[in-house]
Design a protein. Structure first.
Lengths: 412, 287, 230
């Protein structure tokens, strides 16, 4: 007999025999290894590949459940290649979403389902998805977002200006800024682990400057593709998965807006504090897996360059030329993590500095502002606002040298 | 979350609230409840802050009875009146961003399918006409074109009720509302037609005038979504505040609108029909 | 001895400027050095200006992106100078002192007096290579102009060596993970139709490279190894 609703539900539990028909995928054949083995012990081979290919190789080894794509230059190549990983069986689920609001929302959905989820975007795509991305940290959504920086403002351009990262600084997302193809590979894999820690449970964005990293080839040391990271455990996170296998966190369903103002203030205050505390707790794993929030070259130098992303590469060349051709030791601080920001690390590393130079690939100089805020009252150094290039132009090393040695002539 | 998961550890019954004990013992987990039994068991929708006499609340209650598998269902909503009630159900509810429901549902459903190979997990979107036809339009249409396997239920009150009565795409032409000071200038959007164009497997339009029908339509929609493809229910759930319908007359209004322009309609794909036939041994399913 | 060159290549769409930069860059890597390359073009189209930037070095390269201050400039088509078909005007802008300019032209181009003076002030070494003529005569097609340019510059700079260049050409045309644009893939097809066999294409390309390499040697363009002042 059917019930009064007219339809009997006979299909909720799938018959057991469907299980046997499943064939092993390429991903199934990979061996799960510990993060420590993957990052530090596994033998690596040197490859000469583009940043997009480096991202693909990272995803191949990251035991990813769901990847959702949407094209935008210069990101498209990466998510295309992640698509091939799905076709090859290394990624379990993949589709092209309708646009970035849809994609970022779907990532929120798949992550809430307890699946390890990732996507990638660039410039205007990041801006379009921003409403959703800014809500991920409050949703305590572990996911990895790859960003290939490009111009966001009019007039339209596709080159790698990285002003878009400024828009991410205040939403609670963990933000790592890679220098080159090797960083893109390493940071991406580590991002999944950091993101899913129970004491963190936040999205992690891994940014590189587009084209310079994504479309140019560089040396990347890769572990074997026969190994992969351990899977996500959605029951060992700050907020349980919305899979209806356990009661959901109250906040996943109720918005404070439905409560009295004072309950709303209180809920929001404690939640925001917790999001930012979780963001700070990522330090421990950035130190453990990535060798620290900053890297310091020539720590005793009186002139220190502080940079992130591609500006670090240009700065390294400036440091070398200053030493080899101008007999001057110049220091360099590479900022790997923008959120959490390495405030105590920078204060310690800049103690002896007399001049600090901050080369940036954007007009308004977001890194300079961060550094000035961090060092205020902790350094007597002159902090130079620049040099900067705009619209995605690459910074000639000569510009940095000209700032280091104002009395010499580098620019023709 | 099977009924086993929510069951009380023996010996601890007296420490749990009466409401919880009722939910475990008499609630709809693990057993299908009938509409005629409403009031005799602990419903999954607890007390709610909706306006008195709200037709949407009635529709949501009936939907909850209709869900074929509440212990393995996840609800998704967005800003609007509906979520005031939906957050009060004993079913996980995701309240995301504006107009993101069908995109979130796409990711959620696929993520659940990756993780649960042997247990169907039903995903049901319930959102308003503004959330689905206006701000969430692109996500709705694309989820249908992609044949995402979840149910979309539009609580169509033909107005932005929660923000104080503004015109929506589903408002009737000529209706005088906020942001439509000269009356709405264009027709009510044909979401049923769009659903058909997009290849939705099961489309139904109805009002809450026939409680059993609501539960039946919801059950069919959720089950077809699980096995065949996307399903869409467009339900007239009037806003008695913004349309100034006297509270005791809410159902009269529903009957009147139903007779005039909101008659019960089902559009079922051949594949969905074949599926319904295959499970309906008693041949009692209409059409 | 330290060797490091920052090369700006300028030409027009369809000449294989980006392909030339790939071959030179990959040749340097095969040779055991390092190289980075950044192609630059607007919307891809035939006869529109194209630039490509290549860094080649024997030791580690850190820098990325376009090269604003090159010490080597390669002009693949005389119209880059005579018609201003270039993203960088004048064609030698940013050239560092003692730099090299290699121009594809059968005869020297009449430059403006200001240009002549500025190039002299920078002690630029300017070489005119009849690359297209050579490509036609040795390789049987104008499309090998880029090969002549690559052969000559390798001869002038001393890196990469010929076996590495040959390997690079082989990898480029026998497909070893090179990502080419749609337009380039279409051109490849045109070339392939002309040469039924890829091996024949390879031989022909290598012959052009070798001829240009020798041409530069014969004219004494090959610079003595020097410390780069990049």
């Amino acid at each position: 007999m059917s019930d009064s609703a007219g339809v009997k539900d006979v299909t909720a539990e799938k018959p057991a025999e469907t299980k046997e028909a499943v064939e092993l995928t390429a991903g199934d054949r990979q061996k799960v290894v510990t993060p420590e083995y993957m990052f530090f012990e596994a033998p690596r081979e040197r490859a000469f590949i583009t940043g997009s290919e480096a991202a693909k190789e990272a995803i191949r080894r990251s035991n990813v459940d769901v990847a959702i794509s949407y094209p935008i230059t210069p990101q498209s190549e990466t998510m295309q290649q992640v698509g091939s990983l799905w076709a090859e069986g290394y990624v379990k689920e993949y589709y092209r979403g309708e646009e970035e609001i849809g994609v970022m929302s779907a990532i929120a959905g798949s992550s809430r389902a307890g699946a390890r989820s990732m996507t990638a975007t660039a410039g205007p795509g990041l801006m379009r998805g921003m409403e959703v991305i800014a809500s991920w940290p409050g949703g305590r959504i572990p996911a990895v977002l790859l960003i290939m920086c490009r111009v966001v403002n009019a007039p339209l351009a596709i080159q790698p200006d990285n002003v878009e990262l400024a828009y991410l600084l205040n939403c609670g997302i963990i933000l790592l800024h890679g220098e080159n193809q090797q960083d893109f590979f390493d940071y991406t894999m580590k991002a999944f682990l950091i993101s899913e820690r129970p004491e963190i449970t936040l999205p992690v964005a891994v940014a590189v400057d587009g084209f310079f990293v994504t479309h140019a080839r560089g040396y990347v040391n890769l572990p074997s593709k026969d190994i992969k990271l351990p899977p996500r455990d959605p029951y060992a996170e700050a907020v349980p998965a919305m899979d209806n296998e356990n009661p959901p966190a109250r906040l996943s369903r109720d918005a404070p807006i439905q409560k009295s103002n004072f309950i709303s203030y209180q809920v929001h205050a404690s939640w925001q504090q917790e999001v930012w505390a979780a963001n700070e707790r990522a330090r421990r794993y950035i130190n453990k897996y990535m060798g620290g929030l900053i890297e310091v070259v020539n720590p005793d130098a009186e002139i220190m360059l502080i940079a992130s992303g591609s500006a670090v590469s240009q700065s390294r060349e400036a440091v070398r030329q200053a030493e080899e051709e101008h007999n001057t030791k110049v220091g360099l601080i590479k900022v790997r993590s923008i959120r959490p920001f390495p405030t105590p690390e920078l204060r310690a590393a800049c103690k002896h500095a007399k001049r600090i130079i901050v080369p940036e690939f954007n007009y308004m100089g977001w890194l300079h502002r961060e550094i000035v805020t961090a060092l205020y009252g902790h350094s007597k150094a002159e902090i130079f606002a620049g040099p900067r290039v705009y619209g995605g132009m690459s910074m000639p090393t000569e510009m940095i040298l000209q700032t280091i040695f104002p009395e010499k002539k580098f620019i023709f | 979350m099977s009924v086993k998961n929510i069951s009380i550890t023996p010996g601890w019954e007296k420490y749990m609230t009466k409401e919880y004990q009722d939910l475990v013992e008499r609630g709809p987990y693990g057993k299908q409840k009938k509409v005629s039994e409403m009031g005799s068991f602990k419903e999954v929708l607890e007390e709610h802050p909706m306006c008195a006499g709200c037709a949407m609340t009635l529709f949501i209650r009936l939907t909850m009875v209709g869900l074929p598998n509440p212990e393995h269902t996840v609800l998704i909503g967005t800003a609007g009146c509906g979520r005031l009630a939906l957050t009060q159900t004993s079913i996980p509810f995701i309240y995301g961003n504006y107009g993101d429901t069908n995109a979130v549902a796409s990711g959620l459903k696929r993520g659940l399918e990756v993780r649960f190979k042997d247990q169907a997990k039903d995903v049901v979107v319930m959102a308003g006409d503004g959330g689905l036809a206006d701000i969430g339009f692109s996500a709705v249409m694309h989820s249908w074109f992609r044949k995402e396997r979840f149910t979309t239920i539009m609580l169509d009150n033909e107005v932005y009720g929660n923000t104080g009565g503004q015109e929506s795409g589903m408002t009737e032409r000529g209706a005088l509302l906020k942001m439509a000071p000269k009356g709405k200038m264009f027709e009510k959007m044909d979401m049923m037609g769009l659903a058909q164009t997009a290849g939705v497997a099961y489309i139904a339009r109805l009002t809450p005038t026939n409680p059993t029908r609501v539960a039946s339509v919801v059950r069919k929609a959720v089950m077809i979504a699980r096995e065949v493809g996307p399903t869409f229910i467009q339900a007239y759930t009037s806003c008695n505040i913004e349309y100034a319908i006297p509270t005791p007359k809410v159902l009269d209004d529903a009957r009147e609108i139903e007779a005039k322009r909101y008659g019960f309609t089902e559009i079922i794909s051949d594949e969905a029909k074949a599926y319904l036939d295959s499970i309906d041994t008693s041949k009692k399913v209409k059409k | 001895m330290l060797k490091r060159y920052n090369i700006r290549m300028a030409g027009i769409g369809g000449q294989g400027v980006v392909t030339a930069s790939h071959i030179l860059s990959n040749g340097m890597v095969i040779n055991g050095g390092e190289s980075t390359l950044v192609p630059f073009f607007g919307s891809e189209k035939r006869m529109a200006p194209v630039e490509s930037y290549v860094r080649i070095a024997i030791d580690r390269i850190y820098e990325i992106g376009e090269i604003i201050y090159p010490n080597v400039i390669m002009i693949f088509h005389p119209q880059v100078i005579t018609h201003g078909k270039s993203y960088t005007m004048p064609f030698y802008s940013g050239l560092k002192p003692n730099g090299v300019v290699l121009i594809n032209s059968d005869t020297p181009i009449a430059l403006q007096p200001d240009e002549v003076r500025e190039l002299e002030e920078r002690h630029a070494r300017i070489h005119y290579l009849p690359a297209t003529t050579m490509a036609r005569e040795v390789g049987g097609t104008d499309l090998a102009t880029n090969m002549a340019m690559v052969g000559a510059i390798a001869s002038i700079l001393g890196i990469p060596d010929m076996p590495s260049l040959e390997q690079s050409v082989r990898e480029r045309f026998l497909g070893k993970g090179f990502v080419v644009s749609g337009g380039t893939a279409a051109l490849d097809n045109v070339i392939e139709k002309k040469f039924a066999k890829k091996e024949q294409l390879l031989k022909s390309n290598m012959a052009v490279i070798a001829a240009a390499y020798q041409y530069a040697q014969d004219h004494g363009w090959a610079a003595k190894p020097q410390k780069a002042s990049v």
